[in-house]
Write a protein that binds this ligand. Structure first.
Ligand SMILES: *Cc1c(COP(=O)(O)O)cnc(C)c1O
Length: 380
């Protein structure tokens, strides 16, 4: 039920080694460590036997740059990976290849808002929204369960192994949006999930410079998603795929610093009276702490906290010098997003803070000063 083997461990390596070597070809004298992106739409074909003679025929179907990235992510997640143009392209592929009119989908009420918006538009599909922390209804008559853990922005966590077993007992397929965790944070397939979907735009690539998504599953299911990608065309460009692969080598380092920063910031925020709530699954006492400690191999660098109102939150964001106001998360630069402005059903003063890789002490000083300034203005 608990994952004891982490990514890369199965091949005998630690996370840093696994991430740095993920998907790299065998060394060849005179060749780069990671081959550059292959820019081609059509490739030369064998005039007689056509596309069956060689791997590459047409760029929408397959290309060598994706194959390298898919080998990398698939190795870290422990399954067959299919890369997409964005996280939403991966999620829509997962939903649209499995759900037909009359089907029922269970998904988080506190999950990524665009996924919920998409599900609500699927003709004839009944959507049951459940908070990530539960309680979950029986899965009888359910075709598919989509979890998001940790959920975004509330950072609740659910038990993947327990819910996978319940879904399978009811004949349902279980998918996990694992964006916030990344494959170094948890490996849902090992915990019993049928499918992982994720945005590679966030911590996986982590430099705030690429949009990407992926799905990982056993080969048969992955093959259906690959066919769907070809049919619908939600493909990443080769440059984006290469950039993502290049960024993977620092994943362990980035997550380590982000998580350490989150731990220190969560502690600071917890001691401030104007902070109405702090959520970080690594905090002892956090409602998600117990299940996250059991299930996750590391806690993400995202902290969610609530200031009294929108004006207070805005004063804080204006006062902080090291925090960029931005949506998205998981990048090397600390950023923050007041989620109510996007329509998330959360308090007006709720901020999702994504810790970057800056020095912990600098961030603590900046946040402390910004909190003081925001509160001073409220008092005055
Ligand atoms: C950002 C995000 C997505 C969507 O990813 P894109 O790459 O922006 O399409 C899906 N799920 C979660 C949890 C996300 O945070």
């Amino acid at each position: 039920m608990t994952s004891t083997q982490g990514p890369g461990r199965s091949s005998g390596f630690g996370d840093g080694t696994a991430a740095a070597h993920a998907g790299l070809p065998e060394p060849q004298p005179g060749q780069p460590f990671l081959p550059g992106p292959v820019f081609a739409a059509p490739y030369h074909l064998d005039p007689e036997s056509g596309p069956s003679a060689a791997a590459n025929g047409y760029g929408r179907v397959d290309n060598p740059t994706w194959r390298a990235l898919e080998a990398a992510i698939g190795g870290l997640e422990g399954g067959d990976c299919v890369v997409f143009s964005s996280g939403m392209a991966a999620i829509s592929a997962a939903l649209l290849t499995h759900l037909a009119p009359g089907d029922t989908l269970v998904m988080p009420s506190d999950g990524y808002y665009k996924a919920r918006a998409l599900a609500a538009r699927l003709p004839g599909v009944t959507v049951r929204e459940v908070p990530t922390a539960g309680p979950y209804p029986p899965f009888d008559e359910v075709r598919m369960v989509l979890l998001e853990t940790p959920a975004n922005p509330g950072l609740d966590v659910c038990d993947i192994a327990e819910l996978s077993a319940a879904a399978h007992a009811a004949g349902a397929l279980l998918a996990v949006d694992s964006t916030t965790a990344t494959p170094l944070g948890q490996r849902p397939l090992e915990l019993g999930a049928d499918l992982v979907v994720a945005s590679g735009t966030k911590a996986l690539t982590g430099h705030s410079d690429v949009l990407l998504g992926y799905a990982v599953a056993a080969p048969e299911l992955a093959g259906r998603l690959r066919a769907w990608r070809d049919d619908t065309g939600g493909v990443p460009g080769p440059f984006e795929a290469w950039l993502a692969h290049r960024s993977l080598s620092t994943l362990d380092l980035r997550l380590g610093r982000q998580s350490a920063n989150a731990a220190a910031i969560a502690r600071l925020l917890s001691g401030r009276p104007e902070v109405l709530s702090v959520r970080w699954p690594g905090l002892p006492g956090d409602p998600a702490h117990e299940v996250a400690s059991r299930q996750m191999r590391r806690i993400p660098g995202v902290v969610t906290f609530t200031l009294p109102d929108a004006a207070h939150a805005t004063r804080f964001l204006n006062a902080a010098k090291l925090i960029y106001a931005a949506t998205s998360f998981g990048g090397t630069h600390t950023s923050a997003d007041r989620r109510a402005q996007w329509g998330d059903p959360v308090p007006e003063g709720l901020i999702r803070l994504s810790c970057g890789i800056e020095d912990t002490e600098d961030l603590l000083l900046d946040i402390d000063a910004a909190l003081n300034e925001a509160r001073g203005a409220a008092a005055g």
